[in-house]
Design a protein around this ligand. Structure first.
Ligand code: E4P
Length: 218
């Protein structure tokens, strides 16, 4: 399973990339607004692309199919790494079916059901993003949906990759890996939680202490 970083915060992206474990980034309008980007959206995306050199998802804001297609075509010129995020809806599927024939990679976003994922795959989306945390929030098992989509795409040999999105904690990542998600897109805080374990922290401190006894330092 690959890991993408789910943020629009350049500092977080810079810090995470240094670890060598991040192969892409997903952004959305809420993350962009939280990161407080100034007006120049394109330059910020290009900066992210220069740091990550993997798929970077940027969401379209248009709602009509023709406008979505035009916006997606324009976003796709920003960098060879850019993927276009399109929400599940009739207009979105229409746009995806046109864009996929132009080799523009689309990440189907706001996916909450197997049917939506299947439609996205059939329309030609490169990725589908089931939103696990938001489903959990309304009392539905989000990871169960990820598992269903992975099984269905496997069974019918659909090439679309599954991104476990809306990840809230490290156990989501564990389960995403167990059920065979191709990618999990994680907030920076969750990435750090994945790194840390209290026994590792204690173990490092103890080794340092003991090494001082051996070397006679400290
Ligand atoms: C994924 O591509 C989305 O940006 C993201 O995972 C949404 O997560 P949220 O439910 O925490 O907003």
């Amino acid at each position: 399973m690959r890991l993408f970083l789910d943020t629009a915060d350049i500092k977080q992206i810079r810090d995470a990339v240094k670890l060598g474990v991040i192969s892409g980034v997903t952004t959305n309008p809420s993350l962009v607004s939280k990161a407080g980007w100034p007006g120049d959206y394109k330059s910020a995306v290009q900066e992210i692309c220069s740091l990550v050199k993997g798929p970077v998802s940027v969401e379209v804001l248009s709602v009509e199919p023709e406008a979505m297609i035009e916006e997606a075509r324009s976003i796709a010129t920003w960098s060879p790494h850019v993927n276009v995020k399109i929400p599940v809806c009739a207009a979105g599927l229409e746009a995806i079916s046109v864009l996929s024939k132009e080799n523009i990679k689309v990440n189907l976003t706001l996916c909450f059901s197997l049917n939506q994922a299947l439609l996205g795959a059939l329309a030609g989306a490169t990725y589908v993003s089931p939103f696990v945390g938001r489903l959990d929030d309304v009392g539905q098992d989000g990871m169960e949906l990820v598992a269903q989509i992975v099984q269905c795409f496997d069974r019918y040999r659909l090439p679309t990759q599954v991104i476990a999105a809306s990840i809230r904690h490290p156990m989501h990542c564990v389960t995403a890996a167990e059920v065979g998600a191709h990618i999990a897109t994680v907030p920076y805080s969750v990435l750090m939680q994945m790194v840390n374990h209290p026994l590792t922290t204690v173990g490092i401190a103890r080794f340092l202490e003991d090494s001082k006894k051996t070397t006679g330092k400290g």
